[in-house]
Ligand binder design. Structure first.
Ligand SMILES: [Zn+2]
Length: 157
């Protein structure tokens, strides 16, 4: 199960609407609880140098690294990188081919240190967003396609 605070989800929806009809996104950070549940303790926006397109979004990587460093320090090392989120304006909250490829790359990246990354996708339009969380489980024989599972998203206040 995935837990996200109402404040974080509101922040993501606000950013989704700010960028609409272009894609936007950010980072998901938090920790895995003893019971295996994933708790998102912080989300970021895209960063000032991100590029937004109708079907593509590229985050401001340097800015996001600084965001993660700060969150890590502020949480005494508890909150770490868990994955990314982005929007599909007027689309569906399912992973595209490119999304699967991206998730696969993150899972294999030594820099990300995140073997089972999350990808949360918000689809919709102004003031109505559906959020779906995917998690990388296992790569195929040739690293492609990615097998992922959908996680139930629970909101806490
Ligand atoms: Zn996508």
């Amino acid at each position: 199960m995935l837990w996200i605070s109402e404040a974080s989800l509101t922040e993501m929806s606000k950013e989704a609407e700010r960028a609409y009809p272009l894609e936007t996104g950010g980072i998901l950070a938090g920790y895995v609880a003893n019971c295996g549940d994933i708790v998102l303790a912080g989300v970021s926006g895209p960063g000032p140098n991100a590029t937004h397109d109708q079907f593509r979004f590229t985050p401001d990587h340097d800015w996001q690294c600084l965001f993660l460093d700060k969150l890590y320090r502020d949480s005494s090392g508890i909150s770490v990188y868990l994955g990314d989120w982005h929007t599909h304006p007027n689309g569906r909250p399912h992973m595209s081919r490119l999304d699967k490829k991206t998730l696969n790359t993150i899972a294999k990246s030594s820099e990300a240190r995140c073997p089972s990354p999350l990808m949360m996708i918000g689809s919709g339009e102004l003031s109505k967003w559906d959020w779906l969380a995917h998690q990388y489980v296992l790569a195929g024989l040739f690293g492609w396609p990615v097998f992922s599972r959908k996680l139930q998203v629970n909101i806490f206040s």
